[in-house]
Write a protein that binds this ligand. Structure first.
Ligand code: 5GP
Ligand code: ZN
Length: 159
């Protein structure tokens, strides 16, 4: 029994060619078809499925198939695949839900609210009068400080 629970599924690498697949990761399991999910789209690179929580209807998640924890680990290619899918799926969500707006979000690290450590992009359809409340305090900042922070970031860019 214990062995069955811990054994790596033998089909996973063969089917999806994903050497980094994490055994414990719920999103890897969904991508491999080993955990139930309502799939919107899947190919050899990405998968999109309904979020199990629907604070707004039609809320959808997109993941790279490879087990990549955060944006810091994501390759440019993987980022492009996820965003290209987001562009298509956003159109389909709008058509299906008749939403008034659509919001993207993505969390990295527990401090940012990340709960599932497999990179994922949230697509949130928004409706006038929906009950989502995202509170962002306004903080107008002097130009000198904005310039300082910009230069600190610029100095660390390597592209
Ligand atoms: P995070 O907080 O990591 O950015 O978001 C994790 C998201 O994954 C949440 O919106 C949560 O509802 C969703 N989620 C967690 N477990 C499951 C699951 O087993 N199936 C699906 N479809 N979504 C899940
Ligand atoms: Zn994973």
């Amino acid at each position: 029994m214990a062995a069955a629970q811990t054994a790596a599924p033998s089909c996973r690498k063969k089917l999806y060619n994903c050497p980094m697949t994490s055994q414990d990761c719920i999103f890897c399991q969904i991508a491999a078809g080993m955990s139930p999910a309502s799939i919107v789209y899947a190919d050899e690179r990405i998968a999109a499925f309904m979020d199990i929580n629907q604070p707004v209807p039609y809320k959808t998640l997109i993941i790279p198939r490879a087990h990549v924890e955060t944006i810091y680990d994501l390759s440019g290619e993987q980022a492009a695949w996820v965003m290209q899918a987001a562009v298509q799926i956003a159109q389909a969500i709008r058509a299906a839900s008749n939403c008034d707006g659509l919001m993207l979000s993505q969390s990295n690290g527990a401090a940012a609210g990340q709960e599932v450590f497999h990179f994922h992009l949230h697509l949130w359809p928004r409706f006038w009068g929906d009950r989502l409340r995202i509170s962002v305090p306004r903080s107008l900042t002097p130009r000198a400080e904005l310039d300082r922070m910009a230069s600190e970031i610029r100095a660390r860019l390597d592209f």
